[in-house]
Design a protein around this ligand. Sequence first.
Ligand code: NDP
Length: 312
Amino acid sequence: MDIIFYHPSFNNNDWIRALRQALPQANIRAWTPGDNAHADYALVWHPPVEMLKGRQLKAVFALGAGVDSILSQLHAHPEMLPESIPLFRLEDTGMGLQMQEYAVSQVLHWFRRFDDYQALKQQAKWQPLEEYEREDFTIGVLGAGVLGTKVAESLRQWGFPLRSWSRSRKNIPGVTSFAGGEELPAFLHGTRVLINLLPNTPETTGIINRALLNQLADNSYVINLARGVHVVEGDLLAALESGKLKGAMLDVFSREPLPSDNPLWAHPRVAMTPHMAATTRRSEAVAFIAQAIQRIERGEAVSGRVDRARGY
Ligand code: NDP
């Protein structure tokens, strides 16, 4: 079995060593331009067109959870990968725990009003504030897939009212499920903290816009952990100014790195991180891919297949 690997920024040697340990029967090599030798599987991130084009692959694995960039590449170059060759993505592989850490710490930060206390501290003011009520802190998770479910589950132990929104109905204990566009208004009504974990698809681009933000509770908060293009930045800033939003925590942006003149940098109630909410963990990702390849070789079903028409 021949496997080719390409990632523009990972340490290829470390990955290939780990893959060889997990799949000792396979010949695994880093792909370099001009390599047209046989391959059964390709493990990729931002692959050059020539790497995949014309190959009779059994499967391609994206080395991340979000496949919007590879799908837009395939849209521009359909010859790169025929629909008949399955494309898989990483499911969880350590990202769930990282998303939980991020979301829980930020929700508790706001719930215990550490943002307000920080502002008071800067004025040298000793002033206990009114506590927020848990019942007034409904958390709504946009996207109840692998990562959204993990995040909702981690918030359950803190006793907040929880709800999720997805395309299909979910049954996550302690989380009220809303499904489809027609239930989005009900999901938003009364939501105080909105956490975005949707994939980037034509249907979800720009979803966090003025119309959506206006439906949230007053003094609400947004955590964007998914993709920058989900948020209409001007609408987010306007909602912060109008008082509809009290704060935002952003990990992802329409343009990354975020240009230095972007007004989000200077906004006192916007916190941000440089797209680090959840990174691909090598050992978990290698274990996931190795197990998936073994299952494919045995003719068994494998989860994580991307539905190219659906966009995720
Ligand atoms: P999944 O595919 O497992 O989950 C996606 C969820 O979104 C599903 O519940 C799906 O509904 C729902 N959904 C998709 N389209 C719609 C729609 N039009 N209307 C309503 N619901 C919709 O993805 P993951 O949980 O693994 O990952 C989510 C995203 O997180 C990734 O796509 C990626 O962009 C982002 N990400 C960000 C990282 C970071 O560091 N900031 C790191 C890793 C991922 P249904 O279940 O019904 O299909």
